[in-house]
Structures are given as C-alpha cells and as structure tokens.
Ligand binder design. Structure first.
Ligand code: ADP
Ligand code: ADP
Ligand code: MG
Length: 480
C-alpha cells in the first residue's frame, strides 16, 4: 500500500526526510520558494510544488502548504524542524483537513511550545527543574514580580520568551537595573519574533552541561528513549556540536535522566519522536528545560549509536504502527559526534556567509562517516535561509577513535567560496579539554584560542580550488 508524503521544509532535513520516504517505497512531494529553485531537495523528490516567491513567507504559509498537499493528494505531511514544525496551527490545519501530521497532536504542541505551561506540566509530575516565575504580568506589576524573583534567588537570572525557540528570546540578566530595563525590550522582541509578548524568569544554572534525551512514543502510550546527547558546545544558545551518548561517567545518573525524560513525555501525553532537554549543574544535579516536539538537527548521533532510523520510525508511528521494539532492545554502541558545518565566519562572531558561491566542495567519506547536506560545487547559498550547509556525523567504537576520525574528516573536508566552521572545529577536536569531555555551555566564551587559525590550505587544495573555479566559470559563463 503506497503512500504519499509532502515534506514542508528545505535544506538538509528535506533531503533526510525524502530519503526515508523513498526507502519506505512511498512517494515524496517537495515544496519550494523561488530562492530555492536550484535546491537539491526539489531534484530528488518524486514531485515538487512551487509555493511562491518567498523568501521564508511561503515556507511559513499554512494555507499554501495545505493547498499544495490537497492538490497533490498526499496522505501525510512531515514538517522537519524549524519553519512550521512546532506551529500548533499547522498541525491543527492538517488534522482538520484529514492529512496526517508527522509529529504529536496540535494540543501537545500547544502545551509544550509554551515554556510556562510545559514547566507547569512537569512540576505537576514532580520532574526536577530550576525555580522560575509564571508569565510576568504586563506593566509595573510584572516588573515588581521580576524584582522579587531576583531578590529571592539572586543574579544572574534568565529572561525568556514564553513562546521562544531556536536559541532566540533568551537573555541573561546580571542585575536588577538591567532587569527593569530589559523586560520591555524582551517583550517587544518576543512579540515581533514569536507573535507572543509574554516573558518569564528562570534561575540561571551556572556553566551548565546541556544533556537531552531522544524519545519515541506510539499511539498506545508506549514510550522509550534512545539515550542521551550532549549539546553543550553552543554559540548564542544555539548548538554547534552534538555527542551521543553524554560523556558523563556516572551511568546510573544517565539512566536516571533517561527515565525522567520518559516520565516527562508520558506526563505530556507525548506521541511520535521528541526530545526532552535538561541542564546539569556542576554537581550534576539535573533540571528539566523543555521538550522539542519534532525531529532535531542532531538526531543523527542517536541513530548512529542505536541503529534506529528515527525519521523512518516517525513516519511509521504517524501512520498508526506501534513500536515494534522495547527499551531492552535499544543498545548504545560506541560514540557519535555531529558537527554543524555552517557557512559562517567563526572569527567574525559567526557572521553568515550567505550569497556566496561554493567553488570547491570535496567531502570526506569512509568508515563510520555520515554526511547530511544539500550543498554542492557551484551552488550559490541563498542569503535568506539559515547557514547550515552539511552535518558531518562520525561514529566510532571508543571516544578517542571517534575524535580521531572526526579530525581526519575535517582535515579532508574542503569547502571554498564561503567561510565555514571547519577550521574552528579543527582547533576544537585538538583541544585537550574537548578530548577529555570536559566542557559546558560557556566553552566558546572561555576558549578564545579556538578562534585563532589562518585560512590554511595545502598546495593540492589550492590547485583543486583553482581548477574547480575554472570549471565553474566554463559551465556558468554568465555567472558573476
Ligand atoms: P530554545 O527553545 O531556544 O532551545 P532553551 O530553553 O532550550 O531554548 O535554551 C537554549 C539554551 O540556552 C540552553 O541549551 C542553555 O545553553 C541556555 N539556557 C536556557 N535556560 C537556561 C538556564 N536557566 N540557565 C542556564 N542556561 C540556560
Ligand atoms: P521497520 O518496519 O521500518 O523496521 P519498525 O517500527 O519495526 O519499522 O522499526 C523502526 C526502526 O527501529 C528501524 O530503524 C528499525 O531498524 C529499528 N528496529 C526495529 N526493531 C528493532 C529492535 N528489535 N531493536 C532495535 N532497533 C529496532
Ligand atoms: Mg532548547
């Protein structure tokens, strides 16, 4: 019985999902906006539907995507991550139009997408979390509530947008005067970014580790986990490097965190794949942070260490199949590390390098190496989307072997045209503390020397870039 699935996304995750659809022998439907007319997801999908000129507004247009889905007669929509993936109105529109939304129900997304409601659900289920406020009341009353919180728990405090996500809408506040000044600004920004001006406060966990747990849940409520991931290496509260499993040596603690994650998923009636995020303090106390109701960028590392295809499983679960395996069947083998290779300049505050054309693209390969990307030689990176080009994921039996493999891959990876995060990662994988697993979310702020590198290129690479450029010019005589 063949099925048809529309992928409401772009970039590497669109390719990842289309591959899973094709492996299931189902039909894949891609959608795109004009700036993505040269994108690979359109080429490999069985069908492609143009949504409009964009940029971004058409990928975010629920009506247009539902219309495309109906026109092409799809059974289901996979939202990927970002864009509409955590928009409960989109999930609801699918439900109302008889289209299967590959993810949890719109009710679950509504609850968990609101950080304050999510915290309330977890508090009711006795899940540990840092102290925090309810939504701050608007006006002076809210300022007073905030000041009280600061007095009670001390500074710094975290000022968060209730509907925030993707590392945006989070401000660390160092003292009362800044708190009073920042609240109105945070509200205005939250209103503009998330169409919800509500904000609340959390106590800051100092120099925490970010540890999260991948969850799978079927319609009958059977909920299992695929172990932990460490995502502490971040810039601007956004992940750059993800590792499975966490390198914390206390295995009982990690088991306990995983059990808590399953409990958190059950408390929110979770269905399909999701991620429960925690912060760990210096004494390894752990605190619930949020649940992401979608496939995550870093799902690849969990796949590599468990052998379970998370996207395939998401699709099967959405079509009503129950989990065919149990917790005991899930075995963690070895270690996996993912690095997000972004078109960004780490030396210039990770400034995006969009608009540039890739003149050389030579990717590594070999044993234990996985690439999830969509860029190619001659591809001009649209300026209007995020800067992720390719995810390099390596798997190894021991941690040291995995890091050595990663270093070898980074050394072999040549991308010219835009600046990328590769040279920065090359410094990182040679850092002693990184190699010892000794890092937290402040790592980049405290290790300035990671940003010291010259644009190194071997003679062979320089010649390869030149040849690639000549070929590119011959094939694209009108390109500037
Ligand atoms: P998002 O929804 O944008 O992913 P999160 O609430 O998951 O936001 O937080 C993202 C990151 O911000 C965390 O991984 C962590 O680095 C930092 N962070 C968030 N809350 C706190 C906190 N209370 N204390 C310390 N760091 C925090
Ligand atoms: P499928 O029919 O596609 O294998 P399943 O729901 O049985 O669907 O499995 C989903 C994913 O879990 C697949 O990636 C599969 O390889 C993996 N898987 C299935 N059975 C087991 C098991 N007993 N232990 C570990 N992983 C499994
Ligand atoms: Mg998060």
């Amino acid at each position: 019985m063949t099925k048809k699935i529309l992928v409401a996304n772009r970039g590497e995750i669109a390719l990842r999902i289309i591959r899973a659809i094709q492996e299931l022998n189902y039909t894949s439907v891609a959608v795109y906006e004009t700036p993505d007319k040269d994108a690979r997801h359109i080429r490999i999908a069985d069908e492609a539907i143009w949504l409009g000129d964009g940029p971004r507004c058409d990928y975010l247009n629920i009506e247009k995507i539902i219309a495309a889905a109906k026109k092409s007669g799809v059974d289901a929509i996979h939202p990927g991550y970002g864009f509409l993936a955590e928009n409960p109105d989109f999930a609801k529109a699918c439900e109302d139009n008889g289209i299967i939304f590959i993810g949890p129900s719109s009710d679950v997304i509504t609850n968990l997408g609101n950080k304050v409601i999510a915290r309330q659900i977890m508090a009711d289920a006795s899940i540990p979390m840092v102290p925090g406020t309810q939504n701050l009341t608007s006006g002076d009353a809210g300022l007073q509530e905030a000041i009280e919180f600061g007095k009670k728990y001390g500074y710094p405090v975290m000022l968060k947008a209730t509907s925030g996500g993707g590392g945006r809408g989070i401000r660390r506040i160092e003292d009362e005067a800044s708190l009073v000044g920042e609240i109105p600004i945070a509200r205005a920004e939250a209103k503009a970014a998330f169409n919800d001006e509500r904000v609340y406060l959390e106590k800051v966990v100092l120099d925490p580790k970010h540890v999260e747990v991948q969850i799978l849940a079927d319609k009958e409520g059977k909920t299992i986990h695929l172990g932990t991931r460490d995502c502490s290496i971040q810039r601007r509260n956004q992940k750059l490097v993800e590792i499975a499993p966490s390198l914390i040596e206390d295995k009982d603690l990690l088991d306990k965190i995983c059990d808590t994650a399953v409990q958190a998923a059950k408390a929110s009636n979770y269905f399909n794949a999701g991620t429960v995020e925690f912060l760990l303090d210096k004494d390894l106390n752990y605190y619930f942070m949020e649940i992401n109701t979608r496939v995550q960028v870093e799902h690849t590392v969990s796949e590599m260490v468990t052998g379970i295809d998370i996207v395939r499983t998401q699709i099967k679960l959405a079509f009503g199949k129950n989990l065919s395996f149990s917790q005991e069947d899930v075995q963690i083998r070895g270690h996996a590390i993912e690095m997000r290779i972004n078109a960004e300049d780490p030396q210039n505050n990770f400034m995006p390098e969009g608009g540039k054309t890739i003149t050389t693209y030579q990717s590594p390969g070999g044993y234990g190496v996985r690439l999830d990307g969509f860029a190619y030689q001659g591809y001009t990176i649209p300026e209007v989307y995020d800067s992720l080009l390719v995810k390099l994921t390596v798997h190894g039996y021991t941690w040291n072997e995995t890091v050595d493999r990663l270093k070898r891959c980074l050394t072999n990876f040549v991308i010219t045209g835009p600046k990328t995060t590769i040279p920065f990662y090359l410094n990182l994988v040679q850092d002693d503390e990184f190699r010892k697993g000794d890092f937290n979310t402040s790592f980049l702020d405290t290790h300035a020397y990671l940003f010291e590198y010259a644009e190194q290129k071997s003679e062979v690479n320089k010649i390869a870039s030149l040849i690639a450029e000549i070929h590119h010019k011959q094939e694209n005589p009108y390109a500037i």
